[in-house]
Design a protein around this ligand. Structure first.
Ligand code: DLL
Length: 494
């Protein structure tokens, strides 16, 4: 059939009208939910409409994927409110939440604003474990099209499930932070994350495809093959953990590969804590722009937040996640800008809606306008996990502080390991640090000076004296996924 010019115009008018219709419906929804007695059904319909209208297929502006990223604050709050109530209603299908709601006397009608989220129960990793594997499922099993799981190394993983709508939503969320970090449809991206239960590989993969860029699903490991593909396929962007990006950078150096033989410009890094100093090192050695993105399996996977070019924190996709920052001991909110535990509600997912998930990740939240135009709040880098916090001789230390100190010293490679022992009463802390090949020397005085410099930098950063053990280049174990930096031998004796 030949499409005439007038037909095309007619279609355009129809599409424009439909878009306007959904906008009007959404605004009417916010008004009606206050006025209308049959609020519940209307909200459910709006919940569905709002969820489905969020799945953009093309960029809204060159560096903004989805118009929801720049909604006025009141509209974001209104959306969160509608979705939160809809989410509570869907949580009633989950025995764990139904029991908690009964105990606390909660129904969707108890929630009158987003602030009422504080009335809702928390969800913890232990709750997932107790309800293993599929106790949190809120839809019939035949609607599930994909399973993933957390990356725990011991015990059973946390299984998370997705409907087709969840996967569409997830791809859109990943597309948002990829575009925000500079990805465009003409790019080629090498994904060096594991493809499997881990959410990193598949999550980023479908996000990249959603943007229209090409994926090389290299998966994690086999660094030699990664280098070959990077050169032969001329990938513009790399996706992996920061520690694996460092391995790739080292390998490029080690193999004597001329940087001009690579086309890399961007790296999307996440899934483990890293520091600004590590970013500088990676950007310099790989000659790329590296952006940070954050997420966790229990609430969807990657796509909860990601950086914009301003690098003033990671924008949280607030239309789908409500994030609180709480004191992990009192569970009271910390003042804005102060570090606390992130507690995340995943309000749009169908298969596993999750309320107030205690992430154990420590970060701070920042509101206020971002010059990039996004209106969403930002979270800082993860400075550590409350369960990774090392209490050394009564002082709180995150491994990332040690990394930051190390990276201020020329010659200390960013490969390190922290070993904690308690031979008698006091903790003994040893930081094993690799020395860069350029500065590795058999001159005793050079090595002693370097050791003193590192000791001093760590003492300045943490207030603690730690023993430093200098190691030759390439002597510490390398990781293909998340790096394991701490060996806490105290736990074995406690
Ligand atoms: O790591 C999801 C992910 C994949 C995020 C790829 C980003 C990129 P899990 O395996 O469930 O999911 O691990 C989640 O990883 O609670 C944090 O402690 C940590 N984490 C994730 N992203 C970051 C980041 C994925 N950008 C856990 N900075 C989270 C620091 C991060 N830590």
């Amino acid at each position: 059939m030949v499409l005439h010019c007038t037909d095309t115009r007619w279609y355009l008018v129809l599409i424009t009208n439909l878009v306007c219709f959904f906008r009007i419906v959404r605004i009417l929804g916010s008004v009606l939910k206050i006025l209308c007695p049959c609020q519940q059904k209307i909200e459910t319909v709006f919940g569905i409409l709002c969820r489905t209208t969020a799945m953009s297929q093309e960029p809204y502006q060159p560096y903004i994927w989805d118009r929801h990223e720049i909604l006025p604050r009141e509209e974001i709050r209104a959306l969160q409110f509608v979705r939160l109530r809809d989410c509570i209603r869907r949580c009633l299908a989950v025995p764990f939440y139904r029991k908690k709601f009964d105990e606390l006397g909660i129904s969707p009608d108890s929630i009158h604003s987003v602030d009422d989220i504080t009335q809702l129960p928390f969800t913890t990793k232990a709750d997932f474990r107790d309800n293993y594997p599929l106790g949190f499922l809120a839809v019939p099993r035949e609607r599930i099209v994909r399973y993933h799981g957390s990356t725990g190394t011991t015990g059973k993983p946390t299984i998370v499930a997705y409907t087709q709508e969840d996967l569409d939503l997830w791809a859109g969320l990943c597309a948002r932070f990829l575009v925000s970090g500079g990805l465009q449809s003409h790019h080629t991206v090498q994904v060096a994350f594991g493809y499997g239960l881990f959410t990193g590989g598949f999550g980023l993969h479908y996000g990249i495809e959603r943007v229209g860029a090409a994926v090389i699903p290299a998966a994690s490991g086999n660094t030699k093959r990664q280098l070959m593909l990077l050169q032969d396929m001329q990938a513009d962007a790399l996706v992996c953990t920061p520690s694996y990006a460092l391995n790739i950078a080292d390998a490029i150096h080690h193999e004597g590969i001329d940087r001009s033989r690579l086309a890399l410009k961007l790296a999307f890094l996440g899934s483990e804590p890293w520091t600004e100093a590590m970013r500088e090192t990676l950007e310099k050695s790989l000659d790329i722009k590296g952006s940070n993105n954050y997420g966790l399996s229990e609430v969807i996977g990657p796509g909860v937040s990601g950086e914009c070019p301003e690098r003033s924190g990671m924008h949280i996709q607030e239309d789908h996640f409500i994030v609180e920052c709480l004191n992990p001991d009192t569970l009271e909110p910390v003042p804005e800008g102060q570090p606390g535990e992130l507690v995340i509600s995943s309000i749009s997912r169908e298969a596993m809606p999750i309320l107030r998930y205690r992430t154990r990740d420590i970060a701070s939240l920042h509101s206020g306008k971002c010059p990039c135009g996004r209106s969403t709040i930002r979270m800082s880098r993860i400075i550590g996990r409350s369960d990774d916090l090392l209490i050394l001789r009564g002082v709180n230390v995150f491994p990332s502080q040690i990394e930051e100190a190390l990276l201020t010293i020329e010659g200390a490679a960013p490969h390190y390991q922290i070993v904690v022992d308690r031979p008698k009463i006091l903790d003994e802390i040893r930081v094993r640090v690799e020395i860069s090949p350029e500065l590795f020397s058999d001159k005793m005085t050079d090595m002693t000076n370097l050791k003193h410099k590192i000791e001093h930098a760590i003492q300045q950063m943490t207030g603690l004296h730690m023993q430093i053990e200098l190691l030759p280049p390439q002597s510490l174990e390398r990781f293909e996924g998340k790096a394991k930096r701490v060996i806490d031998n105290r736990k074995l004796v406690d």
